[in-house]
Design a protein around this ligand. Sequence first.
Ligand code: KE4
Length: 431
Amino acid sequence: MQDLLLKTTKSKELFERALNLIPGGVNSPVRSFKAVELSPLFISKAKGAHIYDADDNQYLDFVNSWGALIQGHAEKEIIHAIEKAAAKGTSFGASHEGEIELAELITAKMPSIQKIRFVNSGTEAVMTAIRLARAYTKRNRIIKFSGCYHGHSDSVLSNSGSGVSTLGIPDSPGVTKTTASETLTLPFNDLSTVEITLSKYPKDIAAIIVEPIVGNCGVILPQDNFLTGLKELSKKFKLVLIFDEVMTGFRIGPGGAQEKYRITPDLTTLGKIIGGGMPLAAVGGKREIMDLLAPIGPVYQAGTLSGNPISVACGIASLKMIKPETYEYLEKISAQLCDEIENYNKEKGINVTVNRAGSMFSIFFNNSNVYNEESAKKSNTKKFAQFFFEMLNRGIYLAPSQFEANFISSAMKENDIKKTLEAYKESIEKV
Ligand code: KE4
């Protein structure tokens, strides 16, 4: 492992301690910095666009809790909302008004969501969506796409993105062959393969689940009529189309990818931004599917802390903070950064590919177009690791994996973008 030029003694000490009790020293694999061959940083605080490690080094944060913090860290409205809610109690194990308010805020922006159920993680939201689709269609198989990550429930842990791609885990042990056999994993952006598969299993497929804009293989955009094609095929074969917008929901616009591409999925999963950095996610969609959920329907789903009052208060504050001008500003600074990186690359003949969707982007160490997992996997991950190291030494904290997205927050100012660009020019020369 390389050593950062910055003093990171305390992070190293904390990592050693963590390794004694926590597998891999982390509570989520992508935080391990394993893919970039570094000892992970332990973060002690964060404010606005910056995070600070245990040695008090400051970094401009492009992870933002993996996309949850679109406004950046510890905004006063968010902290105030959490303090106010906490003073009234941490959990009631009963319903409260905030759940209705948050449901109203979300469904107002995403009309495809006629009913919504709050859960504690994107994993739970996806697990519930798949169970609902199976109950609704009385079919078992699902289609997902390689490089897409939908959390770690058994049905979606094949050829997944994010940490599974990062760590090169083909399929997770512990997922039974029976379960794995019910998940068909196809190439993203390849509609003909979806069509062939559906024709082969015309009455077996319960759902197609897709990240409409992939964030978990690095950022990969849907091509041409891919998403429209999925919608048409879902209608033709009477299956449930699930848009996993845990990352893209409220990120690429108020209505997520479904608004951008004008496609109405049958179910949507949400997370990250709707919780404002607190554990909160959701599954929502067509009333006739959602009403299958207990207690009015037979499909069981539950959660001790689902709709937790503090998480809900944080989510409400987070969504209320996002104004139309927030997205305009994010588009301006995101385009400025990525366009200037691309111009520099052209000028210097640097072979990297930049994919961007609004304020989420990836820099692939790959001289060709990245449009699916196979093309993404052609990237030079060693070069990426070196680039990550150089940027981190210059105070720029990127996602620690070639197969993750970077997220710009509205707390970033023009001079942060300028600083990032300068760091990019110096770092890329070293790779
Ligand atoms: P969680 O269970 O981590 O809340 O959400 C799972 C999930 C589902 N769907 C999409 C599209 C997602 O991006 C995620 C989670 N994303 C990763 C980042 N690539 C979470 C980071 C991590 O695993 O630590």
